[in-house]
Design a protein around this ligand. Sequence first.
Ligand SMILES: *Cc1c(COP(=O)(O)O)cnc(C)c1O
Length: 231
Amino acid sequence: MNSIKENLYRVWERIEKAAQKSGRKREDITLVAVTKTVEVERIREGIEAGIKEIGENRVQEAREKIPLLPREGIKWHMVGHLQRNKAKYAVRLFDMIQSLDSLSLAEELEKRCQKENRTLEVLIEVNIGGEETKFGVAPQEVISLIEKVKDFPHLKIKGLMCVPPWLEDPEKVRPYFIQMRELKEKVIEEKIPGVEMKYLSMGMTDDFEIAIEEGANMVRLGRAIFGERKK
Ligand SMILES: *Cc1c(COP(=O)(O)O)cnc(C)c1O
């Protein structure tokens, strides 16, 4: 098995190649290392190897692990579905919520941020494949949700995120990535005050190169860095 450091270097090389294909540089792409099920010691190893942004998908797991790890110099991302009753913990733990998928969650986050005197970056999660089993807002509802959340003083909308349908052949996922890029462009055209479409978060271990070719500038990788998950 390769070390985390070796995996990370290989991942950066692959990110660089994919970025070049779409006329960008490796520094234009933000790598979020997804550490669900990964033990604290191995996350620390990853941080020593240069990981700067880390994603977790469950509040409970994050509550156990994040306090044992550095906050300084690390940006923590919530990438999984967030229940309203966990919002108060999420606000304390994370710097960015990538899975904002309803007005009621936004209201709860805003209320909790106000209490904690904190500002959170958020991405709107889009259910780009229209899958019943997935969270996220429908593409046609993205702009109306943004219009409602844009005036919340403690939430800063920074872009869009998606988890497209899982398909054996990653090439078949490409059309979803293209739709996401087009959706991002549509939001930009609306020129909504206070809304910055800085990030397009898409692409995981099986398809991140294709996502980058189609415009992703934030990829979320777990297995490519830490190996297969046991659980
Ligand atoms: C697990 C997870 C990832 C990383 O998946 P890999 O296939 O291990 O790269 C990315 N995004 C979300 C939302 C996840 O839950």
